[in-house]
Design a protein around this ligand. Structure first.
Ligand SMILES: [Zn+2]
Length: 367
C-alpha cells in the first residue's frame, strides 16, 4: 500500500529530490504489480484521480505550502513525476490482454471442427450432365427453350396437325382460358423438348448439332415409372448427306459412353410424327449382359430411346423462316431420351417418385 502523502518540512533541492524520488519509486512498484483492467483503473484513480489522487494531494499539500522561491523547482519535479505516472499507466493499458483473459478466449485447435453440409448434384442433374457431356464431346452444343409453349411449336411444326391422333399419345396440360386464341397460339406446358429443335433451326441455318436438356410435362398418372413432370434430352443433327448410318453410329457411341463399352445396340421400327423413318433404340440388358433377366423381361434387351430421320415436313416448317432447310438439299436425324429412365437404370432406382421426394436418406446415397 502507498502511504499517505507526508507534509514537507524542507524545500531545498535535496529535500525535494528525495521526496519526489520516493513517490516515483512507489508508483513504479505499484505499476509493476498491475494485472487486469480493474487493477489498472484502480491505479489510475489512486494516482491521477481528480479528488483523491496522490498527485492531487501532492499539489494540495506541497505546492500550496511551498515558499515562493521553491515553487518553480517543486513544479518542475511535480510535472516530471506526473509524466512518469502517466507513462506507467499507458504501459499498463497497452500491454495487451491479461493471462486470465487469454486463457478464457483460448481455442483448442485439436478439437474436431464443425462439419457443414455441402451441396451436391441431384441424380437427375448429374445424369443430364453426363448425357450432355457425351454429345458435347461430339461437337454438339446445348439448346434451351421455354417450358410454356405454343401449340404451334409443341405440335404443329413437329408434324402433329390439329386433330391428328398422335396428339392423343401425349396427354397435354394446357393453360386455361385460351379458347379465343387461334389454336396454334394457345399455350400449353411442353410435352417434349422438341419445340427447341424448331426454335433453333429458325434462328440458325444448317449445319446444326444440338442437344436439348429440359423439363417436360404430361397429364400422366404417377406410378412407379411415370411422373407428370420429367426430364428429357433430345438431340438434333442437320447437315448435307446425313444418313441413317450417322444416326446409328452416333447413338451406338453415345450408349457405350453412357453404359460401358460392352453394351450393344439395335434399332426397331417405330413411329413418331416428326421422323421418317422412325426407330426405337434398344440396348443389350446392362443387368444380365443379354442373357435374360427380370429387368429385361427375359428378352436380353432394354428399350431406351426414340429416334429417326427428321421428317421433310418438319424441315418445310423450318424453311418458312430459314430457306436453307430445303428438304431436297439437307437431311438430319433426331433422338430423344428420358433422363429419369436412364438415371433409374444407371443407379438402380426402382421408383421414379424417389427423385422428387426430397428424402435426404435416399438422395444422400449418391453424393
Ligand atoms: Zn436382363
Amino acid at each position: 500500500m502507498n502511504e499517505e502523502i507526508p507534509n514537507l518540512t524542507a524545500f531545498d533541492e535535496a529535500a525535494l529530490d528525495q521526496a519526489f524520488a520516493r513517490l516515483e519509486r512507489q508508483a513504479r512498484e505499484a505499476a509493476a504489480l498491475l494485472s487486469g483492467e480493474q487493477a489498472v483503473e484502480a491505479f489510475r484513480l489512486q494516482w491521477l484521480g481528480r479528488k483523491q489522487g496522490r498527485l492531487n494531494e501532492v499539489s494540495g499539500r506541497w505546492l500550496k505550502t511551498a515558499p515562493a522561491e521553491a515553487r518553480r523547482a517543486l513544479g518542475l519535479r511535480f510535472n516530471a513525476l506526473k509524466a512518469v505516472v502517466e507513462g506507467l499507466l499507458d504501459a499498463a493499458l497497452g500491454s495487451g490482454p491479461t493471462d486470465a483473459a487469454l486463457a478464457r478466449e483460448a481455442i483448442d485447435i485439436t478439437l474436431p471442427g464443425t462439419r457443414r453440409l455441402t451441396g451436391a448434384e441431384h441424380l437427375i442433374t448429374r445424369t443430364t450432365n453426363e448425357i450432355v457431356s457425351v454429345f458435347a464431346a461430339l461437337g454438339y452444343s446445348v439448346g434451351v427453350g421455354p417450358e410454356v409453349e405454343t401449340d404451334y411449336y409443341n405440335f404443329e411444326c413437329m408434324n402433329f396437325p390439329p386433330g391428328h391422333p398422335a396428339r392423343d399419345t401425349q396427354d397435354t396440360l394446357v393453360i386455361a382460358n385460351q379458347e379465343r386464341r387461334p389454336q396454334r397460339d394457345r399455350l400449353l406446358l411442353r410435352t417434349h423438348t422438341s419445340p427447341v429443335q424448331m426454335r433453333t433451326m429458325e434462328m440458325q441455318p444448317p449445319p446444326v448439332r444440338i442437344v436439348i436438356p429440359g423439363k417436360v410435362h404430361r397429364n400422366d398418372a404417377d406410378d412407379a415409372t411415370h411422373s407428370s413432370t420429367f426430364h428429357q434430352v433430345e438431340g438434333l443433327c442437320v447437315d448435307t448427306n446425313i444418313t441413317f448410318s450417322d444416326l446409328k453410329g452416333t447413338l451406338d457411341y453415345a450408349m457405350k459412353a453412357l453404359f460401358g463399352s460392352s453394351v450393344k445396340t439395335r434399332f426397331y421400327p417405330s413411329f413418331f410424327p416428326f421422323t421418317e423413318p422412325s426407330a426405337d433404340l434398344q440396348i443389350s440388358c446392362i443387368f444380365c449382359g443379354g442373357k435374360g433377366c427380370r429387368k429385361c423381361k427375359q428378352s436380353g434387351w432394354i428399350e431406351l430411346l426414340g429416334c429417326g430421320m427428321v421428317d421433310p415436313a418438319v424441315f418445310a416448317f423450318a424453311a418458312e423462316k430459314q430457306p436453307a432447310y430445303d428438304p431436297k438439299k439437307i437431311s438430319g436425324f433426331a433422338f430423344g431420351m428420358g433422363v429419369e429412365r436412364i438415371a433409374m437404370m444407371k443407379y438402380g432406382v426402382s421408383e421414379i417418385g424417389k427423385f422428387y421426394d426430397e428424402d435426404m436418406r435416399f438422395l444422400g446415397q449418391f453424393v
